[in-house]
Ligand binder design. Structure first.
Ligand code: HEC
Length: 458
């Protein structure tokens, strides 16, 4: 029998890889109104207007897919628990459902949410605000599963591996969390999202819920848990998803060993309405509203709004209750009197006093953006001029080898959204080469010229 990886390997170079393959019994969320950052693998962002829901419906919940959505056969599914445990387990969903059911509302945010707002830019999906959502997750405590298996005293880290496998020689998406976080009663293995079976795009049949932490720890399609007695050295722990732990000079290269894994989310708020660039009439009430959340350092206590570029601040009404990990909707009635341009801002603060910064704290991979959100609003009795939508990127004139070396695993969209220098593109082409892209040396210069032209390179 061919392994999943060899199947994918065979398809690389043949034609397109399987985008979506699943059983009819597997629930798939229908997505509407999303910003498509990448069609294949699927990376979808939630537009700002949908921050108005307390629980983000699956229809609008962002999707981040590193590789491909795996084929899941519910009948054959087993969760393996191995490593530093006294009793290795292989649990079916029926076995898992026998454990006590727990519900928890928690924000799920991609570590790279806001990457497009960083300057200077870095490679990666160019998310703006919407790689985040808030849902009610239900499942079992990871701690209850680990108790059944009996974690040995040597256990340090808990490694999660999903059913997904990368194409070519791309490293497998595997992540660890410390045993302490794994045993936290809020760390779950979820089989439901907002009262329904967890949809395939969100990790059916089982995903990790690591509340307060960025979503790289929330492994989807969970198939294997291994308790390790050492630090795991896979690519997605030792090279990717690392942060210097302090702001560094913008553009500075920091070696991965000088950084540590991204964990907690940061205090943050987003203005969902009015939209940036909106025109409103003077004399009325304008509802300024949005959502605010934080990480594992305690929930958001308050949000303040400024309509004068940060000179004066007024408290917003907190609409939804304080829960340990859910976001809070907030609202502010703004009464603009004069015809002028306003810069609205919203700033969240936790009970512990942690507050959003005004200046970006740069880090090499563009993680954890949480700068105060600014929205420009024109107060005028004149209607706004019609906005000019940005035209599609001209991807014509492909050089030799672009299609066969770069468009096998993903489309143009992954490439055109980047804002890279030529030097950064060279590194990106080398990285893709390590993952299986075959670029002939004689085609390299023309390929780099083309990548600069079709992307938003500088
Ligand atoms: C073997 C499959 C494969 C080939 C061939 C390939 N890529 Fe990729 N590439 C990927 C995958 C998978 C991702 C998504 C990684 C993720 O989301 O973590 C990706 C992501 C990217 C990104 C986003 C930034 C990043 O590093 O995640 C860029 C830019 C990119 N590829 C450019 C290219 C270019 C240019 C080529 C041709 C030289 C190429 N790719 C060839 C698999 C491939």
């Amino acid at each position: 029998m061919l392994s999943r990886r060899s199947l994918l390997r065979l398809s690389v170079g043949a034609a397109a890889l399987p985008a979506f393959s699943f059983d009819e019994t597997v629930p798939v969320a229908k997505k509407t109104g999303m910003i498509v950052r990448a069609a294949r693998p699927e990376d979808l962002e939630m537009p700002l207007e949908f921050f108005s829901d307390y629980l983000t419906p699956a229809e609008h919940f962002f999707v981040r897919t590193h590789t491909y959505v795996p084929r899941v056969s519910p009948g054959e599914y087993k969760l393996e628990v191995a490593g530093e445990v006294s009793k290795p387990l292989a649990l079916s969903m029926t076995d898992i459902r026998k454990l006590p059911r727990v519900e928890l509302v928690s924000v799920l945010e991609c570590a790279g949410n806001g990457r497009s707002l960083y300057a200077p830019p870095m490679p990666g999906l160019q998310w703006s605000y919407g790689a985040v959502g808030n849902a009610k997750w239900a499942g079992v405590r990871l701690g209850d599963v680990l108790k059944q298996a009996g974690v040995k005293p040597a256990g340090r880290e808990v490694l999660f591996d999903g059913l997904d496998v990368g194409p070519g020689t791309m490293p497998d998406f595997q992540r660890t969390i410390p045993v302490k976080k794994a045993l936290d009663p809020n760390t779950l293995l979820a089989y439901e999202m907002n009262g329904r079976t967890l949809p395939l795009q969100h990790g059916f049949p089982l995903r990790v819920i690591a509340p307060g932490w960025a979503s790289d720890s929330w492994v989807k399609w969970l198939a294997k848990i291994t308790v390790l007695d050492h630090d795991f050295d896979g690519f997605f722990m030792k090279t990717a998803y690392r942060h210097p732990g302090k702001p560094v000079r913008p553009g500075e290269a920091v070696p991965p060993e000088k950084m540590s894994p991204v964990t907690s989310l940061r205090v943050k708020s987003v203005i969902s309405t009015p939209a940036d660039g909106a025109t409103v009439a003077p004399g009325g009430v304008v509802k300024v509203a949005g959502a605010a959340w934080s990480g594992d350092g305690g929930p958001v206590e308050s949000v303040e709004v400024s309509a004068d570029g940060g000179r004066t601040w007024r408290a917003a009404a907190m609409i939804s209750p304080r829960t340990p990990f859910g976001w809070r909707l907030w609202s502010f009635d703004w009464r603009p009197a004069r015809e002028q341009f306003h810069t609205l801002m919203a700033r969240a603060k936790t009970a512990a006093g942690d507050i959003q910064p005004f200046a970006q704290e740069w880090n090499p991979s563009g993680y954890q953006w949480n700068v105060v959100h600014k929205v420009g609003v024109n107060v005028s009795s004149q209607p706004a001029p019609a906005a000019q939508p940005a035209g599609p990127v001209d991807v014509s004139g492909q050089p030799a080898g672009y299609r066969s070396s770069c468009l096998v695993c993903h489309g143009d969209d992954v490439v055109t959204q980047q804002r890279l220098t030529r030097g950064q593109w060279e590194k990106e082409v080398d990285k893709m080469g390590r993952w299986g892209a075959r670029v002939k040396p004689e085609d390299r210069e023309a390929l780099l010229d083309y990548l600069m032209r079709i992307s938003r390179g500088r």
